[in-house]
Design a protein around this ligand. Sequence first.
Ligand code: SF4
Length: 112
Amino acid sequence: MSQHDQNNEGRRRFLKVAAGTVAAAAVVGVVPRMALAADLPHLATSDPTAAALKYVEDAGTSTDPKHKAGDTCANCNFYQGKAGDAFGPCQLFPGKAVAAKGWCVSHAAKAV
Ligand code: SF4
């Protein structure tokens, strides 16, 4: 599967899961902006979208068969944190910071 296909697959999966969440946020007018990473609350694994995407704060604890050894948020295309930061923004979870060592099923290897 090409990088492009992987990214699209991740996006499609996310959009399916998150459609309800985003719509609800838009209705109440609280779609958060991408703020400074330090200001962002950490994404909780109990968050409905995070749970649906099998997000874990430590990729090593994931039991999901889709998890490949070495895949973490830090090397995911959707991750926007700075190298060395423990947490950073993720395009799939606006307004939240995900763990650099974390992982979810929408992981798409960063293009190099
Ligand atoms: S950065 Fe992490 S939470 Fe965000 S899509 Fe990638 S693996 Fe999932």
